[in-house]
Every structure is written in C-alpha cells, then in structure tokens.
Write a protein that binds this ligand. Structure first.
Ligand code: SGN
Ligand code: CA
Length: 524
C-alpha cells in the first residue's frame, strides 16, 4: 500500500443504532456532529479498466471517474469471481461465489430470499435503492426503492420497472439513470436515515450506442491495435474456439451500425435483422441526429470496399470510437452525481465505489466481450473513496466477493460468518491486511451461448495462473507465468520443469474449492 496522503484525523465510531458514523468538523471547527456513513455504489456494465484514465491513458481521459481515484484508493489488482453480468452481480450482492449463491450463468434466476448486503443494511436502518441495470431476473429484494431496466435495457428511451410498475422514459439511458438516482437522493428517500444507493448503468454494454451529443467525438482518432490483436491462440485450445472475435464475430450491421438505407450491405442474417432494429426505440428527432452522423460513415465504408486485415483494422477503430463515446457519457454522468454529493454536503460521510461487473476486451487477443479467466476480463476496475480514508494504490489481489463485507464493515454492520469475501476496509484505512485465502478462485459456467467460451475454473496467485477448461470429453489445462508472460500467450502446462509448480497450484485450487464448498469440480 503506497500512501500518498493519510487523513487519519477522522475515526469511524459506532452510533447507538449500530451504524458507523464519522466525526464531522464544521467550518469553524468548533462543533462536532455525528454523521452516519452513506454508501454510493456505482457500477457500469462491461467497463474495461483500459478505458479509465486512472488506470490507463492510452485511449481516453475520464476526469470524473478519476476524481474518485484521486481522492481515494485505486485497486490496481481487482478481479471478479465469474466474468459475466448476472453472476457477477450476484457475487457482489451476496459476497459469495456463484456456486454458493446459486446464480452461475445468465440463464439463472436470483433467489431473492437469500442474504444480501443491501438487505442487511436495510435491517440496520439504512434506506436502500437500486437504480439501472439489475439483470437478476427475479424482482429486487432488500430495497426500499427500485427502478430497474428490463433485462439489458435499451440505450434510447428505455423502459424501467419502478417498484413493480413499467414506465417508459424519454432520453438516453445513462442520463435517465442518473436523473432517477438524483431524484431518489434528493426527494424520494427518507433523509432521516443513512442511504445505500446502487447506481447501475447499462452502458457501455454491447451494442455501444453513443448519446447523440457524443457522436462526433473521436471521429479522427486512430487507436493503436493491441499487441495481441492477431493472436494465433497456439497452445490454448479454448481461446481458439471462442466466438467473440472482432474479425469473425463482430457484426458490421448489428455491432458497427452500417445499416444502410438501400440495404446493399449484408451480414449474418439474424444479426443483420437485429442490427436494423436497434433504432426501434429512438424518436424521429434522435434518429435524425444519428443518421446525420452515420450516413456519412456508411457511405465512406461502402466506398472503401475493405477486405481482410484492412477490414479488421477498420472494425477495431469503429468499435473503439463507439465504445469510447459511450464512456464519455458515463464519465460525464458520474460527474453529475459527484457534484450533487458535493453541493449537498454529502462528500464527507459517503463511501463512494466505482466498479464494473467485469472487465472487457478492447481488441486484446482479437476480441470483444469477456468470460475468460485471462487478465482483461478477469480484472475489473475498482475505486473506493472512504471519507477519512487513505489515498493511493492498493496492489493486493482483491475480488468482487469482497465488496459486500467491505461495505457492511464500513457501515458498522457485522459481517455474517457465511460471507466468503473478505473486508477491504483495512486497506481503505491504510492498515495491514492479510486475506485468509491463498489465491483467487474463479469459475465460469455458461456454454455454449453466446460466445462459445468453454466452462473453466482456476486459481491465480500474484505470479501464476492455472486454468482448467472442462466439458464432455473436454479437458484442457493452461498454466501461465505472469511475470514473464503478461499477455498469457505461452501456456507452460505440461512443460519440463513445471511439475512441482503445477502440483502446488492444483493443491491450492483443491483447498480453495474445499474452502468455498465446490469440491465436485476437482478434475484431473
Ligand atoms: C448479450 C450480448 C452478448 C453478451 C451477453 C452477456 N449480446 O447477450 O454479447 O456477452 O449479453 O453480457 S447482445 O446481442 O444482446 O448484445 S452481460 O454483460 O450482460 O453478461
Ligand atoms: Ca457485463
């Protein structure tokens, strides 16, 4: 933990209600008031750490998200337990691995009768809300207020379900979600209670549709192709079999918006049909602005007649432009919420979290999407700003099952013994932290839909990663030394000299599976 600045003048104490409070020093520093700790948890869908400037400045500046990092902790090694939306959200809510919380893939339905951290906070007197993407199929439980998108939700004029009632709302999803959050913070909640708000943007999920005001951004940018864009997947069978390649699977019409008016461009039949329908929720005014931008791009694309690697490179550039435009809107909207907290005196008693439901491929290995235990999708951005906490980088390996115990402990609510994650609060306060787990356990289950990534589980330590891809008549092990092979191109499983290392990682994997109760997945 490198501490840039340590504000240890403030201490967390417990109020009579059992809720954590921070001593508050008024402007003239004479009067001491006790303020309970609020929670603002912002989570985007598929927001890669590569596109947050607090992590990486290659592609974009995100000054507002960076405000959270600048005034708090940036987790430099933050990971998920299962790199896909619903499962990831269930891990985050319960503090438990997928197998334990029962939501293993996106076709699952969340058992809302189980323990979650919002429910525990609510029982201790918190006012709780979830606004935006939910994606857990069953209705939210443990929230005083919920206003959620249906499934993935639409980018334009999306329909929300507010406490059970469907309401279609005009506008762009990221702006609308922010407005609903501010409305709840400002006028719907019971202000006599501390709050816990889960603000879940659907952006920047596929198909990366920008707000009309951001369409012209990045038009002239040329983004560098990732080093591994033309990966040949040698020695990594499952990586070679996926269907999430920019070259082969990213659709010109559906993903890259080349839905020309004279229907001269064609792509995969089902995706072409969907691609021509992604505008169905737009108003004529929104569509007119959209067309004024894309019609020209479509005309240029047709005229260029690109093939092969030139077409691949064009697809990458177009993907990046749309994705980064969507991020620009996310960042602007994060700024709106931070400004609201600032203007309403809530900065000094609110824990602010920024994260994503998983990482995302920005062309690394030639891919979009997530799912694999490889670094870009196993990692996820994580920034936490605790009033009175430290600022700087945390380098220890942390995981999204740790969020629930961290938030509970910060709120002064006791952490139930069955939670599998470990509280990161000591790290936010600049204290020593030694996790009970020896390494990170990961398990991805969804197959074959939608991107043909084989189910796999594995363990990651600071230096090594061992993965087992499995299925009927399918068993492939991969071992990487991240110190010498950060892009995970060289599978050293089964090579001479790795026997002892492999045995010790397999033994660690077994111990982790035993600790988390998933022994039936131990395979040879
Ligand atoms: C949709 C997307 C997939 C994506 C999954 C899961 N297809 O099905 O590309 O992998 O969601 O994403 S789309 O045609 O509907 O855009 S997740 O983040 O929600 O798990
Ligand atoms: Ca996601």
């Amino acid at each position: 933990m490198s501490k840039i600045f340590d504000k240890t003048k403030q201490f967390i104490v417990l109020s009579a209600a059992g809720v954590a409070t921070l001593p508050f020093v008024s402007c003239n520093e004479k009067k001491q008031e006790q303020k309970p700790l609020n929670i603002l948890y912002i989570m985007c869908d598929d927001h890669s750490y590569q596109t947050i400037s607090a992590y990486d400045t290659t592609y974009i500046q995100t000054p507002n998200i960076d405000r959270i990092a600048a005034d708090g902790v940036r987790f430099a090694n933050s990971f998920v337990a299962n790199s896909i939306s619903g499962p990831s959200r269930a891990c985050m809510l319960t503090g438990k691995h997928s197998f334990t919380n029962g939501f293993t893939d996106n076709s699952s339905s969340f058992d809302g009768s189980q323990q979650t951290f919002p429910k525990l906070l609510q029982q201790q007197g918190y006012e709780t809300a979830v606004i935006g993407k939910w994606h857990l199929t069953s209705d939210p439980t443990g929230f005083n207020h919920w206003d959620i998108l249906i499934g993935q939700g639409d980018y334009y004029n999306p329909t929300f379900i507010r406490n059970g009632e469907k309401v279609q709302r005009e506008g762009y999803a990221t702006n609308v979600t922010t407005d609903l959050a501010i409305e709840w913070l400002d006028s719907l909640r019971d202000k006599s209670k501390p709050f816990c708000l889960l603000l879940h943007h659907k952006a920047p999920h596929r198909t990366w549709m920008p707000d009309t005001c951001d369409l012209s951004l990045f038009a002239d940018s040329k983004f560098p192709l990732p080093e591994t864009f033309y990966d040949d997947y040698k020695g990594r069978r499952a990586a070679g079999e996926q269907k999430m390649s920019i070259s082969k699977d990213m659709d010109i019409i559906y993903d890259l918006k080349m839905a020309d008016k004279d229907s001269a461009i064609h792509s995969r039949a089902d995706l072409e049909e969907w691609g021509r329908r992604i505008y169905r929720t737009m108003s004529p005014e929104q569509k007119a602005v959209w067309d004024a931008h894309y019609d020209k791009v479509i005309a240029d694309f047709k005229a260029a007649g690109l093939q092969g690697k030139e077409l691949d490179a064009w697809k990458f550039q177009q993907y990046m432009r749309d994705y980064l435009r969507v991020i620009t809107s996310v960042d602007r909207n994060v700024g709106v919420v931070l400004d609201y907290l600032q203007e309403n005196g809530l900065m000094d008693n609110t824990l602010i979290v920024y994260t994503s439901d998983q990482g995302f491929y920005m062309g690394e290995h030639g891919w979009f999407d997530k799912r694999f235990m490889y670094e870009e999708s196993f990692r996820t951005p994580l920034l936490m700003r605790l009033p009175g906490g430290v600022k700087g980088d945390v380098t220890q390996l942390v995981q999204n099952i740790d969020y629930a115990p961290t938030i509970l402990e910060a709120a002064g609510v006791s952490v139930p013994a069955d939670i599998q994650g470990e509280s990161l609060l000591p790290l936010l306060k600049g204290e020593e932290w030694t996790p009970k787990r020896e390494g990170l356990y990961y398990h991805y289950y969804e197959f074959p839909d939608e991107h043909a990534v084989r189910p796999h589980y594995g363990v990651r330590t600071e230096r090594y990663k061992l993965i087992h891809f499995y299925g009927d008549d399918y068993s492939e092990w991969e071992l990487f030394d991240l110190a010498s092979d950060k892009h995970e191109l060289n599978n050293i499983y089964g090579t001479a000299g790795t026997e002892q290392l492999t045995d010790s990682l397999k033994a660690m994997l077994r111990r982790l599976q035993e600790m988390y109760g998933e022994q039936q997945f131990i395979m040879e």
